[in-house]
Design a protein around this ligand. Sequence first.
Ligand SMILES: [Zn+2]
Length: 719
Amino acid sequence: MARQAKVVAEIAVAALTQRQAKAEHARLAEEVARHDRLYYQQDAPEISDAAYDALRGRLSGIEARFPELRTPESPTTTVGAAPARGFAKVRHGLPMLSLDNAFSEQDIADFVNRVRRFLARETDIADGTPIALVCEPKIDGLSLSIRYENGELVRAATRGDGSEGEDVTANLRTLADVPKKLKGRAPERLDVRGEVYMSRAEFLKLNERQAAAGDKVFANPRNSAAGSLRQLDPAITASRPLAFFAYAWGEAEPRLWKTQFEFLERLKGWGFKVNPEAKLARTLEEALAVYRDIGLRRARLPYDIDGIVYKVDRVDWQETLGFVSRSPRWAIAHKFPAERAQTILRGIAVQVGRTGALTPVADLEPVTVGGVVVSRATLHNADEIERLDVRPGDTVEIQRAGDVIPQVLRFVPEMRPPGAPPWRFPEKCPCELKTPVVREEDGVVRRCSGGLECPFQQVERLRYFVSRNAFDIEGLGGTHIENFWRDGLLKTPADLFRLKDKARELREREGWGEQSVRNLFEAIESRRSIALDRFINALGIPMIGESTAKALAREYGDADTWLAQMLQARDERKANDIPTKKEKAAVEIGPAYGRLCNVTDIGVTTADKIVTFFAEGHNVGIIRELIAEVEVQPFRAQRVASNSPFAGKTMVFTGTLASMSREEAEAKAESLGAKVTGSVSKKTDFVVVGADAGSKAKKAADLGVKTLTEDEWLQMSGS
Ligand SMILES: [Zn+2]
């Protein structure tokens, strides 16, 4: 289903129907809220900032087109996440808002024009009046608001959800960059806002210390800054190398400055550190020049920044411009594109996947790229390494884009150590069996030939087995699986359902207690009954994913029939070990093999991979053991309306439907007794053609298969 959901996600916002938009909005809102919690409360983001911005951007886009979907709970109307437990809550006198993001110079030109138009409407500024902007690097840290009364620090709070944050006063007092008492003349009441951060060098040192002590290692400087400040024990915060840049105010009584730039000067006078890169630009061109200049030097700055913030300099104009929902109209963040960095390739490791495929991975000297410490990058396959010609010891350029997995772009020729030998793909699996590596027919993929005997494959298959699209067992992450496997608690999927015999052993494990063990058992027990298609998918048979598993379930109906048929097909193939590329010839090999080849989406190539899996006695044993432990539900036969024009017909959907998602349409067709397939052949009865349909519509026309427009489909299906 994930594949189909993704199709929906790719529909442009402008093309979404009301129904699609509602479903998509709910999904995105939940997703964004989850990432907010991970980021703000747990300091453990799972996705890159760029990926987060993309999610959030799409959510805003949908709300702009369907305003009725915007609720007070929507993550677009809040900032961050509510305070975590453990700290007292502080309500900000003035909310701490967040900035709109821009990615191109054109976006900034548009911003300046909007500002100018707004001011022209509300004030008497002349046409073409230059708008002076203060340009400040956007520090990737943790935003804070610090309250001073009569020049004395009285309270400090994190941003939290924008209106309410956490009281971190005691912790903040330990920072050398934050004056406890303001120097010179200061407002009676003043909120100073700024960013707590950690320099890259200090961050790397801290992580080394943490690793040496066996403590948590932070993903990036931002998380280490947040994690260090939000310690319940201020003594720990004091031991961490935190720094602070001040850049804004909240409440200020009286306000003694007329411009943002003047305010920055005041901050210095009071004893704060202000970012030395901050510049006053009199025109748009000057502002963009600052962006370009800092962009070039960005990797050499001692701290992470992810863009430049432009603020309208004049405070009276800021006040006129005001706010719109969660962001000020007078400021914008100009983000930097994907960051690149150079580092040393220490070596190339080989990872073993669940089907034994070997993936080379670059082992890098840790380096910060786009705010994240990178020490590994994918090298895809042997051909890619040959194309890049990277060799251990090389200095390589890496890039981290919207994806969280960084990429190796090239090596730097002038930095190559003399005599560095080219890398050779290992001929033996890195597992303890040291089984030979075989190259697949297509030449790209190389596999460990150890099959299920290979420890790496065992662990990866177990991980897949418990994953969301398979048995979906909550609370059993990849690391648990690896540890359980290593300690002999879990060797095959069936062991999972026998774990409860080892309750005592589990409870004594570090990090597990009475409650978590009970929760795990509950999660496992709730999956003891499982649908046949999920069951088949979970086995991790090569070439069988969700949709093929479903097709097999539909064809064979129940687990026993399916297994018996697979074994028979295997025996037939073994007795007729002749190469065949034709489905027609497959029937001659034997009835069971022929039947398998004719299942939707399976052909001779896939069928051969499947029977090879069953030729391994170990695999069959594992399945039998599992069937003894769980109750596999027979494939639910759809109640078919016999008068439906689609009953017993084979259908293909292509292109985008305006009235329903692909997933909904396919489910509807199946409920009407149709068999939905992915590709058009002579056996197809109907092809429903939506917008932007590609080759499938053409193939239908070529083969003379009946096509239906969306309207015809809606009418015939009674939707
Ligand atoms: Zn192996």
